[in-house]
Structures are given as C-alpha cells and as structure tokens.
Design a binder for this molecule. Structure first.
Ligand code: ADP
Ligand code: ASP
Ligand code: MG
Length: 405
C-alpha cells in the first residue's frame, strides 16, 4: 500500500457538485488500496474575488493581512470536501497548511516551503482516513500564516508527495494535460504525452500557467513522476519525468507566453559611474524579481542597463531605485509597460543552433517587433509588445509545426 497525492485546482472544486465528484474520485482511489491525500485550491475564482475586495480598501495592502485573507479560500474547500467525503461514508479529515505542518520562510505572498512536519498527516493516514489539505498556505516558525504565490497549491501537493514518498502525484485540472502551448489562445495545439522536468520547468517559469514553477522544481529534485490530467475523467494526461527519447521528439516542444511585463532602462552619462550590482542588490533586498538583463556601453562612454520585471512590481521597483539614485549614480530612468514575453522551449535545442534564427525570422516576417532576447540551452525568449503576444505565439506554433504529432 502506498500514498497517492491528488491535487484539484479551483475550477475542479468550483461548485458543490464538483466537490462531490472530487470526493467520489478520492474514494475510488482509496478503494484501490492507496492511502490518499487530496490537496485543494480555493473554489473557482474565489481567490481573485478576495484580492479584489482587498484592493477596494487599499492599493498596497499589508502583505501579512493579504495572506490572512487569501488562505481563507482554501479553508472553505477543505472543510466542504471533508464533509462530502464523510457524507459518502468515507473516513476523512481536513487540515490547514499549519495543521499539515507546512513550514515556510517568512515571505508573505510568495513563501518557499522549508520543511514539512508530517506526523499529523501520517497518523491520520494510519487511521485509514482520507486526508484533505489546504493548498497554497503554510506557517512560519514563529506562527505567521503565509502563502506560496498564486497557483501555489501545485507546490503543496508535490512537496507533500516528496515528504510522504508518494507513489504518484497527479495535478487534476481543467485541461487533460500539458499542451504545446495554452490551448485557450492558440489554435492547433496538441497534448504532449511526456515532458522532461527541465522542459516543464522552463515552460512553467516562462508563463505556462498550468503548473506552479516551484512544484516542478520539487518534482525534479525529489524525482517525483508528475501527471497533469483532467479532474473528473478517466483519460490519461501528460507525464513529467526525468528523461525522454530525445531522438524521437521535436526540437521545439512547447511555447510559453506571459503578459504584464515592463522594461526599465537606466542611463549613466559616464560608464565609470555604473553601479550595476547596487541596482540588483537593492531590488533583491526589497523582493523585486528581475528577469532579462542587458547592459550596454556606447562609443561615447555612456552606459545603460535594461531589465524586465513584472508590471505588478513596477511601483515597488521605482520607489527603490529613486530612493537609491545617489548611490547607484544614474542620470535618467525610464520604463516601458505593456510588454510580453514569448518563448520557445525544447531539450533538443542544445544541438540545433539554427532554431533561434528561425524564431527571429518568423517574428520579423510577421511584423512582431523584438525588444529583447534571452537564451539558454533549452529555450529562447523574446520580449515583444503585449498586443502582439498571442499573434507571436501562433506564428511560432505554426513555424515550428507543433500541430503535427
Ligand atoms: P487549476 O485551477 O486547476 O490550478 P490553472 O488555471 O492554474 O488550473 O491551470 C490550467 C490552465 O493552464 C488551463 O486551463 C490552460 O488555459 C492553462 N495553460 C497554460 N499553458 C498551458 C499548456 N501549455 N498546456 C495546458 N494548459 C495550459
Ligand atoms: N487559490 C490560489 C490561487 O488562486 C492557489 C491555487 O489555486 O493554487 O492562486
Ligand atoms: Mg493552477
């Protein structure tokens, strides 16, 4: 007998009817002789609604209170699901993140899991109970409630699967697997049977919202085979695992895109004054994540530095940079909003140098201006105007013939 961890996202538990279906699925899993842990998200769009309520009160609400608010969403689902299980005759218990022993660092809104004290879950499993755990939340060493970042229930599930040495971890959602790109926006997408951890990690980090990036990091580090599949159906999904037969897979396997990107450019009139490290140290101190970075020096000895960040972090970043202007020593700072990042990903790219060129050609031919570029062994990312994002994704999907299996 082994442990299985199943995670159900917001749309999969958006109504009482769906919660009941989820309960039935958990019971079926239990009847197969497994010990069952179910991780759930808040019902439907309820986290968004809570965020909107907070925004009606303040533009920059306290991060601690935000976590206090947002964790209530998952608490509703766990109790209703445990009740649904009990009503169907199953032995079940619900746990908040705190009760499940999920200890995090003290970073409100985007905390990492540090440790899981799983005694309580193990004891409940030993008593033959189906254990229902609130996703997305944890507790600091000193008792503060934290959240793991939007979409973080995936990470709760994979972290629990690692801690409990689970046989499998399935992320049950509203799509029947990971597609070549987001099927809501691009036509001709197809479901991928398998992806490597690294490919999925890149796709998730580059904006494919189907999995929380840290959940893939966990799965990779603890070698947990991860399945993404449809919540209430029997079809098999996409397996994310260590290695694939790369000979038989395409060079480009998937496309990810993300809107809400801003580029900040800082100018110095003398390259000797450039305090580039200071820029990033100060931003990091204030938990501002930056992404693509380009540094330039002109023939006239001027220097400039451009980097991208999420537009949501812009106000915070500008406040930090203006406050430290003297120490950083720059003359001028500008920002360009309404940008997006569109990326191609595939393990086979390492040995195919022409891929990036084909990508740039296709975008240019289709009049999509490329504002920034960043590459790694298995991905190429471009920053483009937000209004061209979906067109760029479609053009690249067509160019690399991802619609063909
Ligand atoms: P959940 O609430 O179950 O966590 P999410 O909305 O977080 O579900 O993730 C599922 C959604 O991810 C899908 O509805 C789909 O629109 C989006 N998505 C983005 N990229 C992909 C992709 N490559 N393959 C499948 N779905 C994707
Ligand atoms: N409810 C949270 C969110 O909407 C966490 C999750 O769904 O994974 O982001
Ligand atoms: Mg999700």
């Amino acid at each position: 007998m082994g442990v299985v961890v199943l995670k159900f996202g917001g749309t999969s538990v958006s109504s009482i009817e769906k919660i009941e279906k989820t309960a039935e699925q958990a019971i079926r899993e239990k009847e197969q002789g497994h010990q069952v842990v179910i991780v759930v998200s808040a019902m439907g769009k309820s986290t968004d609604k809570l965020v909107q309520m907070a925004e009606q009160i303040s533009k920059l609400p306290s991060k601690r209170e935000m976590d206090m608010l947002l964790t209530t969403g998952e608490q509703i689902t766990i109790s209703l699901l445990a009740m649904a299980l009990q009503a169907k005759g199953a032995n079940a218990v619900s746990f908040t993140g705190f009760q499940a022993g999920i200890e995090t660092e003290r970073v409100h809104g985007n905390a990492r899991i540090l440790d899981i004290e799983s005694e309580r879950i193990r004891a409940a499993l030993a008593e033959n109970k189906i254990v229902v755990v609130a996703g997305f939340q944890g507790i600091t060493h000193d008792g503060e409630i934290t959240t793991l970042g939007r979409g973080g229930s995936d990470t709760t599930a994979v972290a629990l699967a690692a801690e409990l040495a689970a046989l499998k971890c399935a992320i049950c959602t509203d799509v029947d697997g990971v597609y070549t790109t987001d099927p809501r926006y691009v036509t001709g997408t197809i479901k991928l049977e398998q992806l490597t951890y690294d490919e999925m990690l890149e796709l998730a980090n580059l904006g494919a919202g189907v999995l929380h990036p840290r959940s893939v990091e966990y799965a990779k580090n603890f070698k947990i085979p991860l399945e993404v599949r449809l919540s209430h159906g029997e079809t098999s999904g996409t397996m994310i695992e260590e290695v694939l037969d790369l000979e038989n897979t395409k060079v480009v396997r998937g496309i990810a895109f993300e809107d809400g990107i801003t580029r900040i450019t800082i100018h110095w009139s003398r390259k000797e004054d450039m305090r580039v490290s200071k820029v990033f140290t100060e931003l990091a101190k204030n938990n501002v994540d930056v992404d693509i970075i380009i540094q330039g020096i002109t023939g006239l000895g001027h220097g400039n530095l451009s980097f991208t960040l999420k537009t949501a972090a812009l106000l915070n970043a500008l406040a930090v940079l203006e406050d430290k202007k003297g120490e950083i020593g720059y003359e001028q700072l500008e920002s360009e909003q309404d940008l997006a990042k569109v990326s191609i990903v595939g393990s086979g790219m390492v040995s195919n140098p022409g891929v990036a060129a084909r990508m740039f050609e296709a975008l240019t031919e289709n009049k999509v201006p490329i504002k920034m570029i960043s590459t790694s062994e298995i991905k190429v990312s471009t920053v483009v105007p937000e209004r061209d994002m979906v067109k760029a994704a479609q053009v690249l999907h067509d160019t690399f013939e991802l619609e063909k299996a």
